[in-house]
Write a protein that binds this ligand. Structure first.
Ligand code: GCV
Length: 670
């Protein structure tokens, strides 16, 4: 009996040791890229006291493992207006000074110093001066009132509307901290398909409770608004932007919002797009609608982000419509309006050329909208590191004022004068413990923030710093995984939509392949055949001078380059041309063979990713290792499904054999 008792005690203590040991190493991903809790008790002083500066002091005090740090707020510094930049000077053994002319600048400087420490870049003398490229660096949440998230793949919404404003989840602060650590300074809380309830007094009080948590982290709160709100919740008979009662309603609403949220950022608006109401319902223009809201926000310093994602069922080539609708309005918007433009002319596809609107409006500020949630890139089951996609667009040359007028320069206000600049990313966050569903999806949130701060950072630099902070600095882990990350987006383009193909997705869910999709009565431009136009002659959308002429929305020499099938970059070939199946590609293969090769290359790449990942097992925790391992397995299976579906379907038109040296399909078309 005694032995049994002793054994039990032994068993219990063994269990406890194992339990706590496991706990110590357990990694559910909730920490993100932030330093794990330490307490170095560093000496940190600041020349001001302020809730934001206090956070900077607290973070450094616990995380900085070096000589004293001084934080100096110097309002007279020679930085751009409202600039949240910082300077860091010193070294870890003698001491460091961080200077900025806003409290946020000091907080960003503190996080930057900690980043240097975490990535092992803090040796020697530190002399850094940084300024954000964009004034507003915003996450757009497509979160609904019922807790669901449109195109969200990481659980439910972070915002607990039922319990707010009384119960304030600790996750709001964790979210704010993560954003501040990468320079994000705004969040639009609700879906652009906006429920008007969000701007009722009851819900504004809830949003105000979130805003209170965000404020010290330098994050402004924005709301998406429904253009019909005056009718839907205001009891008016119209929402016509030129109606005096409507204008007054919005002014009163803005006043109410600012009483509750004094630093409110402004409105995000999806109008006359995909069934949403807008000024055109009353015969007015986008400028009329945006300006009416801008007038209401102006006395308080708020802005309107008006989306250019518009396309009519009956319209011309969908890729042309935003440009056709917005360029005639250039110069008509008030100076607190900015037009939010998706990176490409269609809709967040794995690869699109940049939207021709960038550079086309000289008198209207434009902001870029990226999608961080991977609606069209394997969601959270597959993986594609998005920095290469973002950079490709940001560094693309619009030629609007000659060579070197990149999308980044245009949108950051270096080409045309802009009263302010902004950039947005549709968030991939949710209630999952690791925030983003796929553990590697955190890298997309991270890289969006880093590129919003500095669009010239390379995807490689960002992957490097993210991996080191999130996992380990061991190069045996970092180097192979970084290579995998950098190759992942191109692999996905290959197994989904190579050579400029786009929108071959399954109806509505946008995950799997359905190039044959036909839904009776559906809008033509919601069906893949509208985009691939495969027939017995060839494949691709003719947007050249003999087709929809979309190439003419680009500046010379791009329009000529895209227009000529011989000079059009192959990655955009089928975006701009209907090319014959036997068209000779740079590889020497016919278009049909090249297409098969690209699909196969995408699948092979996924198989390689599995090998890379299996080898890094010794370097990281079991939880994240096995989670990613099983997702990569699924990715290879789904890549094969994509390849087989597309190749077998297009073969019906090409009537040519799949090159015999390639793997045979394992699925059948049915
Ligand atoms: C929020 C695409 C998505 C929609 C999204 C829309 C938009 O069409 O599929 O879910 O709606 O873009 O950006 O407004």
């Amino acid at each position: 009996m005694e032995t049994l008792f002793k054994d039990r005690k032994l068993l219990l203590s063994t269990f406890l040791i194992l339990f706590f040991a496991a706990g110590a190493f357990a990694e559910d991903g909730s920490r993100l890229w932030l330093p794990s809790e330490k307490n170095y008790d560093a000496e940190v002083t600041a020349n001001v006291q302020n809730p934001t500066v206090d956070i900077a002091v607290r973070e450094l005090r616990s995380q900085w493992n070096g000589a004293p740090v001084r934080l100096i707020l110097e309002r007279a510094r020679r930085r751009r207006k409202a600039d949240d930049g910082f300077g860091i000077i010193g070294n870890r053994t003698r001491g460091v000074t961080i200077e900025a002319n806003t409290p946020q600048g000091l907080l960003y400087g503190a996080y930057h110093l900690l980043r240097l420490q975490q990535t092992g870049e803090d040796d020697g003398h530190i002399y850094i001066s940084e300024s954000p490229a964009y004034d507003y660096r915003i996450l757009n949440h497509w979160d609904n009132l019922d807790g669901s998230i449109e195109r969200g793949y990481a659980g439910k919404s972070l915002w607990q509307w039922d319990e707010l404003p009384d119960v304030v989840s600790p996750r709001y602060e964790e979210y704010a901290r993560a954003n501040a650590s990468i320079g994000i300074n705004g969040a639009a809380l609700n879906n652009v398909n906006a429920n008007p309830i969000f701007i009722t007094t009851e819900y504004l009080k809830k949003a105000a409770a979130i805003a209170d948590v965000f404020r010290p982290y330098g994050i402004k709160t924005f709301l998406s608004v429904n253009f019909s709100s005056p009718v839907l919740i205001g009891g008016l008979e119209t929402s016509d932007p030129l109606n005096a009662d409507v204008q007054k309603w919005w002014k009163d609403k803005a006043d109410e919002i600012y009483r509750l949220i004094p630093d409110f950022g402004g409105f995000l608006v999806k109008a006359n797009s995909e069934g949403q109401p807008g000024p055109q319902d009353f015969g007015r223009t986008h400028a009329d609608g945006a300006n009416m809201l801008a007038e209401a926000l102006k006395p308080h310093g708020g802005i309107v982000m008006w989306r250019a994602f518009v396309y009519a069922a009956s319209g011309d080539d969908r890729a042309k419509q935003a440009y056709d609708e917005f360029t005639p309005l250039d110069g008509q918007f008030l100076d607190n309006v900015i037009i939010q433009v998706k990176n490409g002319p269609i809709d967040f596809q794995p690869r699109e050329p940049f939207s021709p609107l960038f550079g086309a409006m000289k008198y209207t500020p434009l902001m870029i909208e990226f999608q961080i949630t991977r609606e069209y890139l394997g969601q959270s089951r597959q993986f594609a590191y998005l920095a290469p996609l973002y950079s490709e667009c940001l560094q693309a040359d619009t030629y609007c004022e000659g060579e070197g007028s990149t999308v980044a320069k245009v949108t950051a206000g270096h080409i045309y004068r802009q009263p302010f600049t902004a950039i947005a990313g549709v968030a991939n966050t949710g209630s999952d413990a690791n925030w983003t569903g796929h553990p590697l999806g955190q890298a997309d949130w991270y890289c969006f923030g880093r590129l919003a701060w500095n669009p010239d950072l390379t995807p490689e630099q960002i992957a490097d710093e993210w991996l080191k902070q999130t996992f380990t600095t061991d190069s045996a882990f970092v180097e192979p995984v970084k290579r995998m990350m950098l190759a992942s987006r191109e692999a996905m383009v290959n197994y989904m939509m190579p050579l400029g193909l786009h929108h071959l997705f399954a109806w509505n869910e946008h995950y799997g392949p359905e190039p044959w999709c036909y839904v009776p009565g559906a809008r033509a431009d919601w069906l893949p055949s509208y985009y691939h136009k495969a027939d017995t002659v060839g494949i691709g959308f003719n947007r050249s001078e003999t087709g929809s002429r979309a190439v003419f929305q680009y500046y010379s020499p791009l329009r000529e380059t895209f227009n000529d099938i011989e000079t059009c970059p192959e990655e955009y070939l089928l975006w701009f041309h209907h090319a014959p199946w036997d068209y000779r590609m740079h590889s020497g293969r016919t278009l049909w063979s090249e297409l098969c090769y690209r699909y196969q290359a995408g699948v092979y790449a996924c198989r390689e990713f599995q090998k890379v990942w299996d080898k890094i097992e010794p370097y990281i925790d079991h939880e994240r290792f096995s989670d990613v391992q099983s997702r990569l397995r699924q990715q290879t299976a789904d890549a094969t499904w994509w390849k087989d579906a597309c190749v077998l379907y297009f073969q019906k038109f090409s009537r040519r054999p799949i090159p015999y040296e390639l793997e045979r399909p394992i699925h059948n078309i049915e």
